[in-house]
Design a protein around this ligand. Structure first.
Ligand SMILES: Nc1nc2c(ncn2[C@@H]2O[C@H](COP(=O)(O)OP(=O)(O)OP(=O)(O)O)[C@@H](O)[C@H]2O)c(=O)[nH]1
Ligand SMILES: [Mg+2]
Length: 351
């Protein structure tokens, strides 16, 4: 054994990681705080935990503000708990003026689960993350996974770029819509169509739910044609003709067509069916080549993204003087920015 390997072998585990693996709730909460604050030992904890992750089903829940995501999440917790599953919830705090006050409501809504030792709820602030929110969410999911959660639900607010990023850290993305919000089409334009694995049309007790379902069916059919034309984009592989809605995933089928489930979260109706769709999607990601390819693709994206961040950090550190100098030279028009960058890259490589 090499000396490095020996050191690695003997290196003690971070105490918080140990606590998480021993299923200690307080250690789990503390580890998540360290990670959320990006404190120096965050990466040590994550390194220790990673070998113990990969078991949990991760569901991202997104949709327009007020569509009923929190109410639905609360009901899903109920279903999963009845199945005896440990459930983790990451609620991404709203920072948008839209739903600024909603988190309090969320807390109250999920409060009844707060004393259940089989449920772990944690919120993440969106402020001050500078685009690193999806990384934080992903890392927190890993903590909950290592802690022993069977299912981790990540509830986001709204349908912006950040939220779409976050949903890409999940195995399954549930998009919640509701009639009468008038912005379904808008949301679809924002790219939701591309990331949705399952649709919930909530508030089915209200007028307009059926027309929302019809709109979605149409969008899905159109999207499918586009996907066939464009080949496999975003992991929704389409081989030949896709089957009709609701019967989309057959054994050995490579095709995944997002099912649409009507529900009334407020009364708990349609939730068990929704949970079944989530399960089927999980099966699809595990049992089909397209599902596995999508997982690989996302892991690749994660590694590349982290590498990009690390390289930028390293370069800015090593070249800080030269960087300032280069900017000043470009400003004086002594050099063009393209050559300046080439010189900086060459310098970085040589060090
Ligand atoms: N009529 C009806 N109202 C519902 C239903 N589900 C939720 N609501 C109500 O819709 C409102 C918004 O629900 P939330 O669960 O907070 O929605 P949300 O999507 O989490 O909202 P944000 O977190 O602010 O984006 C609340 O007043 C709920 O009581 C439903 O099935 N039917
Ligand atoms: Mg909410």
């Amino acid at each position: 054994m090499s000396r490095d390997a020996a050191v690695l072998w003997l290196a003690p585990m971070h105490p918080l990681a140990e606590g998480v693996l021993a299923h200690e709730m307080r250690a789990c909460a503390r580890a998540m705080r360290v990670i959320d604050d990006r404190r120096p030992d965050a990466s040590a904890i994550l390194k220790d935990l990673f070998p113990h992750t990969g078991r949990a089903t991760v569901v991202g829940i997104t949709g327009n503000p007020g569509a009923g995501k929190s109410t639905l999440t609360d009901r899903l917790i109920e279903v999963f708990r009845k199945e005896g599953k440990q459930v983790g919830i990451i609620a991404v705090d709203p920072s948008s003026p839209y739903s600024g006050g909603a988190i309090l409501g969320d807390r109250i809504r999920m409060q009844r689960h707060a004393t259940d030792p089989g449920v772990f709820i944690r919120s993440v602030a969106t402020r001050g993350h500078m685009g690193g929110l999806s990384r934080s969410a992903r890392d927190m999911v890993r903590v909950l996974d290592a802690y022993g959660c069977d299912v981790v639900l990540v509830e986001t607010v709204g349908v912006g770029q950040d939220e779409l990023e976050i949903t890409r850290t999940a195995h399954t993305t549930l998009v919640v819509m509701a009639p009468g919000l008038g912005d379904e089409v808008q949301a679809i334009k924002a790219g939701l169509m591309e990331c949705a694995d399952v649709f919930a049309v909530n508030k089915a007790d209200k007028d307009g739910a059926d027309s929302t379902v019809r709109d979605l069916e149409l969008m899905i059919a159109l999207g499918k044609d586009t996907m066939i034309a464009a080949g496999n984009q975003r992991g929704h592989t389409v081989h030949g003709r896709a089957a009709g809605l609701g019967t989309s995933f057959e054994k050995n089928s490579e095709v995944w067509t997002p099912p649409i489930q009507k529900c009334i979260a407020a009364r708990g109706e349609g939730i068990a069916e929704l949970a079944a769709h989530l399960d089927r999607h999980r099966e699809w990601t595990q049992n089909t080549e397209s599902g596995r390819a999508r997982k690989r693709l996302r892991l690749g994206e994660e590694v590349r993204e982290s590498l990009r961040e690390a390289l930028i950090e390293a370069a800015s550190e090593r070249l800080s003087d030269e960087l300032d100098l280069a900017v000043a030279r470009v400003e004086r028009r002594e050099v063009d920015p393209y050559s300046a960058i080439e010189q900086l890259v060459a310098l970085f490589k040589s060090r």
